[in-house]
Write a protein that binds this ligand. Structure first.
Ligand SMILES: N[C@@H](CCC(=O)N[C@@H](CS)C(=O)NCC(=O)O)C(=O)O
Length: 241
């Protein structure tokens, strides 16, 4: 059986789960603990990032490489259009979602978690010892912001404009490219999970997200589109959100 090594709240890992679900493939999930667990990931795949897919003797890192592998293992339904122009657009949107959107959404979430202890705790791995969990919850706001990069106003505004345009697009059609589900839809929907958590994130997180974006009226059509896609793929109960 296919084995997906993942971090539970990683958007790239969600992207791969979406591909597996879309293709109705059976798989087993191996949850990796950030830090210590990545030693085993390195031994397995020669690098430390997740997702990693194990398919028999084949070990593949990187969500896009995994998606291409799954496309060859199970061509139906195809997530890469036959038409060359559509295929090029899918590739560009997937690349944008995996780089520009992923970067901005991750920083926006880190900033939101810095000032929200509940969000911070909900994002921690399940197997973290309780005393450490309590310590992290009790840290004053701003501790995460000191850790690294900050999303500047220009980057946040650029992300918002892109999301606004996508929101307008999905009000008229359910597919970002062509007339069927593609990698473009899955790559964008997966990264949106960082801005507003989907039902599959579980009770502590579902429906929560980055203030100012997750609750912005103009972006609601986009989150509703993502929720419909999730429901279709995972058969989750929308009432649970
Ligand atoms: N391009 C990679 C990006 C994967 C990635 O950034 N994974 C993050 C989790 S979301 C990771 O493993 N971070 C831990 C690290 O870099 O040590 C993909 O598409 O899979």
């Amino acid at each position: 059986m296919l084995e997906l090594h993942q971090f539970r709240h990683s958007a790239f890992c969600l992207k791969v789960r979406m591909v597996l679900q879309a293709k109705a493939l059976s798989y087993r999930v191996v949850e990796v603990t950030p830090g210590v667990g990545q030693l085993a990931v390195f031994r397995l795949s020669g690098q430390r990032q997740l997702p990693v897919l194990v398919d028999g003797d084949t070990v593949i890192a990187d969500s896009s490489a995994i998606a291409r592998h799954l496309e060859s293992v199970e061509p139906e339904p195809s997530l890469i259009p036959q038409d060359a122009r559509d295929a090029a657009q899918v590739h560009l949107i997937e690349d944008w979602a995996d780089t520009t959107l992923a970067h901005a959404a991750r920083l926006a979430l880190v900033q939101a978690a810095a000032s929200d202890p509940e969000l911070r705790v909900a994002l921690l791995p399940d197997d973290l010892p309780e005393p450490l969990r309590r310590t992290l919850a009790g840290l004053p706001g701003g501790w995460l912001q000191g850790l690294g990069e900050v999303l500047d106003q220009g980057e946040r505004a650029a992300m918002f404009t892109s999301l606004q345009r996508l929101a307008a697009a999905v009000e008229t059609t359910p597919w970002l490219v062509g007339d069927q589900l593609s990698m473009a839809d899955l790559a964008v929907a997966a990264q949106l999970s960082l801005l507003r958590f989907p039902a599959s994130s579980g009770d502590g997180l579902a429906g929560r997200g980055v203030p100012g974006l997750s609750d912005h009226p103009q972006l609601q059509p986009l989150f509703a589109w993502r929720d419909r896609l999730e429901t279709r793929l995972f058969q989750v109960d929308p009432a649970a959100v």
